[in-house]
Design a protein around this ligand. Structure first.
Ligand code: CP
Ligand code: NVA
Length: 304
């Protein structure tokens, strides 16, 4: 499969997603005894403007396991933090390293980096999308319910549904053709422009939490306050409590449901401690699967 960058789920095809998932399953099964060293002799830069535990660790380990060398660059320690333009940084790094993994605010920064550097570039979270997390979540879903099981499933996303995770889920729903119910207060549901851009009839938006979760097999949630939105904390929280993933809400879900959370979780807000602990098996498998899904991405980009 040819893939130059991973900038969003939006720009992937359904076939590409399926191929990445298949490779992710394979690399997971082979971990510890695989011979794939597709990044041998390469250095990959991790350029991060926001905090991270899972993304940073899974990429550093993943690049190493594929034979490459990860180089972590915090924006604050590079000239980016003093205002050097992304396009200049990209042209410098493009002459030195073999790939870039970027966590930042504006989607245009990862798009520009890819264009100016000419090296494979991965979106490791922007305000717009979190594609690596969605690939790991789909890998987890397939492990729990079978390859392609998303096809006949209703998946729910509760809370701040128009954030980076919600957007990536919306594009995944369109690309793979599953039903996605978004449950949140009106201000946290995607507006008409976003829905028109995605243009997919399988997305259900509702302010009724029970309706969103009704008969859903996978119920997702995420923090109500994404990185960079800390000033909205006080004003946002009150409207979001009806959408908390708790035991009562889950009485509406399908039998055999799972709860997903990309983490970090804020217990007592978007999810209760009880529900998180009850579904810890799936949730921490999602975290582990970041490694396997991203190795599939790294390998694919290195081959293209
Ligand atoms: N889920 C996720 O991206 O976690 P980190 O912020 O710890 O990388
Ligand atoms: N929506 C969250 C995801 C964290 C992994 C954020 O952007 O902070």
């Amino acid at each position: 499969m040819l893939m130059k960058n991973l900038l969003s789920i939006e720009e992937l095809t359904g076939e590409q997603i399926k191929e990445l998932l298949a490779l992710g399953h394979k690399l997971k099964a082979e971990r510890g005894h695989h011979t794939t060293q597709s990044l041998a002799g390469q250095t990959w830069a991790l350029i991060f403007s926001k905090s991270s535990t899972r993304t940073r660790v899974s990429f550093e380990v993943g690049v190493s396991e594929l034979g490459g060398r990860p180089m972590f660059l915090s924006t604050h320690d590079t000239q980016l933090g003093r205002g050097e333009p992304v396009k200049d940084t990209a042209r410098v790094l493009g002459r030195m390293v073999h790939g870039a993994i970027i966590r930042t605010y504006a989607q245009s920064d990862v798009v520009d980096f890819a264009a100016y550097s000419g090296i494979p570039t991965i979106n490791a979270l922007t305000d717009q999308e979190h594609p690596c997390q969605i690939l790991a979540d789909l890998l987890t879903l397939e492990e729990l319910y079978g390859v392609g099981a998303w096809k006949d499933m209703k998946i729910a996303f509760m809370g701040d549904t128009d954030n980076n995770m919600g957007r990536s889920w919306m594009w995944a729903a369109k690309r793979l053709g599953f039903t996605l119910a978004l449950g949140g207060p009106q201000q946290a549901l995607p507006n008409a422009d976003v829905l028109a851009q995605i243009d997919y009839s399988g997305i259900i938006c509702t302010t009724d939490p029970a309706e969103a979760v009704r008969d859903a097999t996978v119920i997702n949630t995420d923090t109500w306050i994404s990185m960079g939105q800390e000033s909205e904390k006080g004003t946002k929280e009150k409207a979001f409590f009806p959408y908390q993933v708790n035991r009562e809400l889950l009485t509406h879900a399908a039998a055999g449901h799972s709860v997903f959370h990309c983490l970090p979780a804020y217990r007592g807000y978007e999810i209760t401690d009880e529900v998180l602990e009850m579904h810890a098996g799936a949730i921490f498998t999602e975290a582990e699967n970041r490694l396997h899904a991203q190795k599939a991405v790294l390998h694919t980009l290195a081959q293209s």
